[in-house]
Design a protein around this ligand. Sequence first.
Ligand code: PMT
Length: 412
Amino acid sequence: MLLNKRLIVGVCGGIASYKAIELVSRLQQAGALVDVIMTDHAQEFIRPLTFATVSQRPVYHNLWEPSGQAAELHIALAEQAELLAIVPATANTLAKLAHGIADNMLTAVALATKAPLLLAPAMYKGMYEHAATQVNLSILRERGASIVEPEVGHLASGAIGVGRLPELSVLMGAISMIVGRKGDLAGRRVVVTAGGTQEPIDPVRYVGNRSSGKMGYALATVARDRGAHVTLISGPVALEVPYGIELCKVETAIQMRDAVGSAITDADVLVMNAAVADFRPIAPASRKIKKNETRGSGEQGEFSLYLTRNPDILAELANADYEGSVKRLRRLIRVGFAAETHDVITHAQAKMAAKRLDLLVANDVSRLDSGFGTDTNKVYLFHANGDMEDLPVMPKIDVATAIWDRVVSLLS
Ligand code: PMT
């Protein structure tokens, strides 16, 4: 998504400025053309050579160099930029930006550019909480700047409080989201389900499955980076919440059905990637079941668990009456998944027809490089007109891209 994007990373003089090195390196590895502009104070912490090495481009800092080239260059940089991200943004630079002061290369470019502005403030908590900084941030926010809020934690001063630069994944997420704002899913609302459901047996045990959430989280992230407003309805997983995504956490199939029902009322697309348990224990115990308790036949060492069928969320949505009852204003594109261990194509075609889907993604979960918990997936795509595509094994992020490509065609 960041390939060949022209980004400027502005670095101010704060202790967190060393973290900008890793950020620039990651952006460069993602294929972006990153121009770094440092303030004089940033150079007290880090030398320009460090940024020049990781960005593989010149680094700018002196607006006043005698040839006058920098003065011309700041206009060119400002015009070409697709994003100006200031990481870390100090209280001093925020104050200058809020009041239109342009006394160095970074603030001059910030004043000259029409590119979106992303600010990641990081400083001592007293400076961050000071009324002057807060007013300056409100001014900048009102003017359209995106602010990535600092985190609470250990600060360089030794104090614990607000002011830490957010993790790299958050900064990368914010940059990708802003750069992709006008992508081919701009203005679309999409709902993605991810992970597996957990159906309680008692307060400590459940019936579940091996879904890690990786495929669903990749789908949500790619949609965000193509401009969509994303609601991610997730079963319990151990993944970081992607930046800029509306997360709704659920545990059971019933909770997932309710969450999907409310989220789709104004959505354009539903991607049901979650591995929803088909059955749940009929009567979960209210207290922990003890080892020596017997149920069912009463035979020593046996324990029977009675299950009842869960609602099939996608199948319910195939029913025209249900669509009518949620008063849909637009047609909902429905994408389903099928996890199969054998006869993948036959089973997938049957599900496609039964659930009346626009697109079905069948993964062969018998393979070691595909399905539950893996970083890659091998999928077949089934289209409503009967066409089938056989995609090679790919990282889940690339599978997600392929799926959204097909959805974009359906939307248009
Ligand atoms: O999370 P990962 O580790 O990355 O793994 C990803 C995955 C393998 C879980 C994912 O790619 C996947 O295949 N998800 C669907 C698994 C599944 O439950 O398939 P199914 O054949 O049982 O269900 C078919 C479709 O109906 C699915 O879209 C499912 O979300 C939906 N369904 C199923 C049961 C149910 N009660 N309600 C539903 O809506």
